[in-house]
Design a protein around this ligand. Structure first.
Ligand SMILES: Nc1ncnc2c1ncn2[C@@H]1O[C@H](COP(=O)(O)OP(=O)(O)OP(=O)(O)O)[C@@H](O)[C@H]1O
Length: 389
């Protein structure tokens, strides 16, 4: 646990970069610092590894004041990733990654072997080990930056806008891989960004800083969206906060309907009266949408409109399901299980009926995560026109 106790940083010119900040960053979790430019996020991050010394207050790691540790020794237990990766241009990728192991006097073979393993972990082909940073794309360089920070397996990682300098597609990939990695490694991470979407996607807790170094709110992202502390936070979160909140609503309790699901062997006449039906194969894999009124004979031979987006029932959020419903010609979201088989469909109204008020905090979600995944019941009725029909 990293604890800020009344931390203030006032520079000699009178600038208050941090104003009496108290906050806890729990062990094994991602705490994101977000807020306006100049809000003190970077300054706060740097007080943890003593790159900045507070004017007042203290920063503790597991109860111990960081000022009682020598900076060099302290920093060996703290990985640090910055924007543009900050790689040494004249060192190969493997030697960049092995920077801290070399400082720790590991032998070269062991350090390089560890570097290669880390390259795979962060999604880099180890054949790039002998390249130099300029021979890598921006996204690849950021991966090297993350690998370098992880090299000595530090329990804490400080990340200052690590994914800001790459395009949105690469950025989303880096974020997804970062979350996958964290699910394995459980580091204590403090992550600075000015992007509220990134904060909400990555943070277990999100701390919002306002100009003048004032910490305005610290909460789980779903609570931040549901209950912004003041106008500033509400404005910072933006106008889509209702839709974003649906990103935390679960599809696990949703009762899906089988009414519009038909086997390919079913006859169009069996579906008379329905505008659109979802045609599935023998394994309940979706084949496409058909309009029974325009067809005669087996639905497998109908003109099918591709299903496009689906949602993983019980795993994806209501936001993902709603997106699938909006994009579907039938206005119905198709729920599938982990094998891709159709579990049932849900309309926009069904999805919006999922309770979103008072969304459970991460702590509650965590205890649930220890239980088997909550998969919605498959609708009872057998597929119409299915085998044996
Ligand atoms: N060495 C310094 N001397 C004087 N003022 C400083 C110094 N370093 C930072 N500041 C000021 O402290 C305030 C907080 O800066 P900081 O870099 O922590 O903000 P930030 O929230 O990380 O901003 P950004 O998102 O723009 O990076 C700013 O007003 C900045 O100008």
């Amino acid at each position: 646990m990293i604890t800020f106790e009344g931390v203030t940083k006032r520079y000699p010119d009178g600038t208050v970069a941090l104003d009496d900040v108290s906050l806890e960053c729990p062990t094994g979790r991602i705490t994101v610092f977000v807020g306006t430019s100049g809000g003190g996020k970077t300054t706060a991050l740097r007080t943890i590894n003593r790159m900045v010394e507070p004017t007042a207050g203290r920063v503790l790691i597991d109860g111990g004041d960081v000022r009682e540790r020598r900076p060099a020794e302290l920093r060996r237990g703290i990985g640090y990733v910055i924007q543009h990766a900050g790689l040494f241009p004249h060192r190969t990728i493997e030697d960049n990654i092995a920077t801290v192991p070399y400082l720790l006097r590991w032998n070269k073979k062991k350090a390089r072997a560890a570097a290669h393993e880390l390259m795979e972990r962060v999604g880099l082909d180890p054949s790039m080990a002998r390249r130099y940073p300029f021979q890598l794309s921006g996204g690849q360089q950021q991966r090297v930056g993350v690998a370098r920070a992880l090299a000595a397996d530090p329990p804490i990682m400080l990340m200052d806008e690590p994914f800001s300098a790459v395009d949105p597609v690469v950025r989303a990939e880096l974020q997804d891989e970062f979350l996958r990695l964290q699910a394995e490694l459980h580091k204590t991470i403090v992550f600075v960004t000015h992007d509220i979407d990134e904060a909400i996607k990555l943070g277990d807790r999100v701390a919002v800083f306002q100009t003048g170094g004032r910490l305005v709110q610290v909460d789980a992202p779903e609570d931040l969206l549901a209950h912004p502390a003041d106008e500033f936070v509400a404005g910072f979160i933006g106008q889509n906060r209702g839709i974003r909140t649906l990103g935390f609503a679960e599809t696990g309790g949703l009762r899906l309907s089988d009414d519009a699901v038909f086997a390919g062997s079913a006859d169009a006449a069996d579906a008379a009266g329905l505008d659109w039906v979802l045609v599935v194969d023998a394994d309940r894999r979706p084949l496409g949408w058909a309009r029974p009124a325009d067809e005669t004979g087996p639905l497998a031979e109908a003109r099918l409109v591709p299903v496009g987006a689906t949602f993983r029932a019980g795993a994806d959020s209501v936001r993902v399901a709603l997106d699938a419903a909006v994009l579907s010609p039938a206005g119905l979201a198709v729920g599938v299980d982990e094998t891709g088989a159709v579990v049932g469909t849900a309309g926009g109204a069904d999805l919006l009926a999922v309770p979103t008020h008072g969304l459970a905090g991460r702590a509650a979600a965590d205890s649930a995560a220890a239980e088997p995944a909550d998969t919605p019941e498959r609708a009872d009725a057998p597929v119409k026109g299915g085998a044996g029909d």
